[in-house]
Design a protein around this ligand. Structure first.
Ligand code: HGY
Ligand code: MN
Ligand code: MN
Length: 394
């Protein structure tokens, strides 16, 4: 039986109703939010309709299990605080459509907290053994809520952890979240490898004081320390990084964040990504040394949070070849092999089984934004490639 494009698109649009932001097709569906949990319960119902057994695990990962050994397909259905409607959701609904239309043993998964409200791809990191549950439970979000407290909202649904040995491999379809496919006019990207990532919080603790009466030379200003750190870091990275290396200070909590108070404390996120593990390590050395130097010179106290990270990983050649052959049939002359600059659950699963990924274009390369979108013809083309690949593999 062939995939049903209309049913696939209808379920994609239904999923984006959970946590709809009211701005374009955007969603606000962070891990363990009411919208996230409601979406997972709806997905569980759809899995039953696909002939799969829904199974929640202790961290809120939702599996739709086929009998016996099966190929696992899926992604995640939680979103960034300001998320796009397709990031993760596309892979989950595409997997569901493949499972219910191809008479092959296909299981489906929606991992939890891929977007890292608490860590880095937390749900699949715990499930794959990359992050001990007791360690994950101590991770906190930007408001100080722990992973353990947040996941307790789903404890009543938990049926224990699924044994990874029941899966022969994992295929994840995802939007590119970058400009390459959209700019080139290609419709399909077959992923060759996924970059590695490092992520930690850094705190500079100085002296809160009056913004009018505290002379500049007596200040221990946390914002000035961050500003100095960032300027020196960009300069010192220059001869270490490549055009593909990225680093981001995405969250800054300045305390007390008031216009007439010299900020005494800043806690900020420091994240960096590259395809080379040695370069990630070199960048970590520079980050730690530069932060310590600024703290010492400015008279502030420095604190590093736990370092989270994943190594760069290459996709499985057998699964990749099946996707490439499918792409050649569905989008002849309009597909390419490419690396992933975004992180995905597939990285965690590569510890346990063969994995591969398929991309479709992001319009204007936009993602992690309400404006994220992909042309329906490209969404459907990606689904057709998955169908060809599954028929060749299972
Ligand atoms: O940040 C990432 O690469 C993923 O979208 N969470
Ligand atoms: Mn994603
Ligand atoms: Mn994302």
């Amino acid at each position: 039986m062939a995939v049903d494009h209309k049913r696939f698109l209808a379920d994609l649009h239904k999923l984006r109703e959970f946590g709809a932001s009211g701005v374009g097709k955007g969603v606000i569906r962070p891990a363990y939010s009411d919208a996230d949990i409601a979406a997972r319960k709806w997905l569980a119902e759809r899995m039953i309709g696909a002939g799969l057994a829904p199974h929640f695990d202790p961290v809120g990962n939702l599996f739709g299990l086929a009998e016996g050994t099966s190929l696992l397909m899926g992604s995640h259905s939680d979103s960034q605080p300001e998320g796009g409607w397709l990031d993760g959701a596309l892979g989950v609904i595409a997997a569901l459509e493949i499972a219910r239309s191809c008479d092959r043993p296909i299981s489906v998964v929606s991992f939890q907290d891929e977007e890292g409200r608490f860590g880095v791809t937390t749900g699949s990191a715990v499930w794959s053994g990359g992050l001990p549950l007791e360690h994950a439970d101590g991770l906190t979000d930007g408001a100080g809520i722990t992973f353990g407290a947040a996941r307790s909202a789903m404890t009543d649904l938990s049926q224990g952890f699924v044994d990874p040995a029941r899966f022969s491999g994992f295929i994840e379809m995802h939007i590119e979240q970058g400009p390459s496919l959209d700019a080139s006019g290609d419709q399909i990207g077959v992923v060759t490898d996924i970059v590695g990532i490092r992520d930690m919080s850094i705190t500079f603790q100085g002296q809160q004081n009056h913004a009018g009466t505290t002379p500049m030379h007596l200040r221990r200003d946390a914002f000035q320390a961050l500003s100095l750190f960032n300027t020196r870091l960009n300069d010192r990275f220059r001869n270490v990084v490549t055009p593909q290396t990225v680093w981001t200070i995405g969250r800054v909590d300045l305390h007390p964040n008031a216009s007439s108070i010299v900020p005494g404390r800043v806690r900020f996120s420091m994240q960096w990504r590259d395809g080379d593990a040695d370069r990630l390590a070199r960048m970590e050395e520079i980050i730690r040394a530069t932060a310590q130097e600024v703290a010492d010179q400015q008279g502030l106290v420095l604190e590093f949070g736990p370092l989270l990270g994943l190594e760069p990983v290459a996709m499985d050649t057998t699964l990749r070849t099946a996707l490439e052959n499918g792409a050649g049939r569905v989008a002849p002359g309009k597909w390419r092999k490419m690396p992933s600059g975004a992180l995905h659950d597939a990285t965690n699963l590569s510890r346990l089984m063969p994995v591969a990924m398929l991309f479709v274009p992001s319009i204007n390369g936009i993602s992690h934004d309400f404006a994220e979108d992909t042309a329906e013809r490209d969404l459907v083309a990606g689904l057709d490639v998955l169908e060809h690949a599954v028929q060749a593999l299972v």
